[in-house]
Design a protein around this ligand. Structure first.
Ligand SMILES: C[S@@+](CC[C@H](N)C(=O)[O-])C[C@H]1O[C@@H](n2cnc3c(N)ncnc32)[C@H](O)[C@@H]1O
Length: 188
């Protein structure tokens, strides 16, 4: 089942909402990372820059064939070969990755899902011991130019509480990711 309120505007509109390299830096996503799982690639906004930084594979998936096609084409145009694109419903069937197979997970702009703890549990299952999960989401501010309705938009404290419920033991402070987002990094 598609995550509620997870449709996308045109790519140029979406990409303009993010300072992608600064966001990855602020999440501590660096070349020490080998393998990654990303829940929902969208246009590959984060997938492709992430793949440039890592020594292993970025495993990404999306429920929309059209999003996967665009993201895969963007990756090919950029000459990136270390991304595994999979057409998959991660709500219905999880990621399909083995236990403890990645160092870093991305739950970006997706935790307004109806059952966020299930997604966090799945991300935790995929992470190696000591692996980290980056969460980013729209600030809970009506001035943001997009984002799910405020009634279903989680803030950093809510995400931290869900992460603990999902079994993460180490949760950091909320990170400001201007202009419109916040981030959180939790560790298995
Ligand atoms: C709001 S977009 C965010 C994309 C990307 N994470 C980013 O921040 O640029 C959410 C993406 O998740 C995908 N998606 C929604 N529900 C999904 C599901 N159940 N399984 C796989 N992908 C899903 C949507 O098709 C969309 O591409």
């Amino acid at each position: 089942m598609k995550v509620r309120e997870s449709g996308m505007p045109p790519q140029d509109v979406w990409d303009a909402f993010f300072e992608v390299e600064a966001i990855l830096d602020n999440l501590g996503f660096d070349s020490s990372v080998a393998d990654v799982v990303e829940f929902g690639c969208g246009y590959g906004t984060f997938t492709i820059p992430a793949a440039r930084r890592v020594s292993g594979t970025v495993h990404t998936m999306d429920i929309e064939p059209a999003m996967l096609q665009v993201a895969a084409r963007n990756a090919a145009d950029a000459g990136i070969c270390n991304i595994e694109f999979t057409l998959r419903d991660f709500i219905a069937g999880g990621t399909g990755l083995p236990d403890q197979s990645v160092d870093f997970g991305f739950l970006f702009n997706i935790l307004h899902e109806r059952e966020p703890v299930l997604l966090l549990e799945e991300a935790r299952r995929n992470l190696r011991d000591g692996g980290r999960l980056g969460i980013i989401h729209w600030n809970c501010d009506e001035k943001t130019p997009r984002g799910p309705p405020l009634e279903i938009r989680p803030g950093p404290e809510q995400c931290r509480s869900w992460a603990i419920e999902a079994g993460f033991t180490s949760t950091g402070e909320s990170i400001d990711l201007p202009p419109w987002h916040y981030g959180l990094v939790v560790q298995r």
